[in-house]
Write a protein that binds this ligand. Structure first.
Ligand code: URA
Length: 236
């Protein structure tokens, strides 16, 4: 038998309605479990085993969801926003209502964003103690100075006192590079390049720990993580 949870919670998790709406619908007899109308919101159901229907429509249950999004510029890394589209608005096939982006990319940053409701995994990936590598592709407005690789590798102190831990940079051209950092401070990549006199004019995240952006995903597209990708994220 699957794990047990309350009928109203089962339906609320799947975004069918609010808890209070659902209580009312259940009391009105709109919800059936294994073909029998159930009028008690507290009734326990086993997900994966019990068949839950609302107005005759089957509602399946998923406990965890994991998506890789190739974030486009112009959307915010938040669950809700009054003015802008959010990254969650792009995940049209999502089932759960409690998904969130693991970390933030700036509005104008593109690339890899993991979207899930797995809080434990998010913590493992975001905790500074875990030192998870994040690789960014950067284009700058002017040639990156010669000594940048060395300066980044030693850690860099900003005028406001912020210290960025050692990071590794691989130059692609005079004005483009891959930067690997293990922290996730506010505007970190842009601020690091500003410290060496360059403005970042394009920024894209390529990977996070073992998870690499699928290069077949167009900007704005997403897909589910594979079982192997999820396992690798846990095992790192
Ligand atoms: N560093 C930045 O400056 N911006 C991002 O979106 C991510 C890392």
């Amino acid at each position: 038998m699957g794990k047990l949870l309350r009928l109203d919670k089962y339906l609320a998790d799947m975004g069918v309605g609010t808890r209070s709406q659902l209580k009312e619908w259940i009391r009105k007899g709109r919800v059936a479990v294994n073909g029998e109308t159930v009028r008690s919101p507290e009734q326990k159901v086993a997900f994966g085993t019990d068949r839950v229907e609302v107005d005759g429509v089957l509602v399946g249950y998923v406990e965890k969801e994991y998506y890789m999004l190739n974030k486009p510029a112009g959307v915010v890394s938040a669950t809700e926003d009054a003015r802008h589209k959010t990254v969650l608005d792009l995940i049209s096939s999502r089932q759960r209502k409690d998904l969130f982006p693991v970390g933030r990319l700036d509005m104008d940053t593109e690339g890899l964003l993991l979207i899930t409701n797995d809080g434990e995994l998010a913590h493992r990936l975001l905790s500074p103690k875990k030192h998870v590598d994040k690789v960014y592709y950067v284009k700058t407005d002017r040639p990156i100075p010669e000594d940048t690789k060395k300066r980044f590798s030693q850690g860099i102190q900003m005028e406001d006192g912020t210290v960025f831990q050692p990071a590794s940079m691989e130059r692609e051209t005079d004005t483009s590079a891959y930067l690997t950092i293990q922290e996730g401070k506010f505007h970190q990549v842009k601020r690091m390049f500003l410290a060496v006199g360059c403005q970042v004019i394009y920024l894209k995240r390529i990977s996070m720990g073992p998870l690499r952006l699928d290069d077949t995903l167009a900007c704005g597209a997403y897909r589910k993580l594979t079982e192997e990708e999820i396992r690798n994220l846990y095992e790192r």
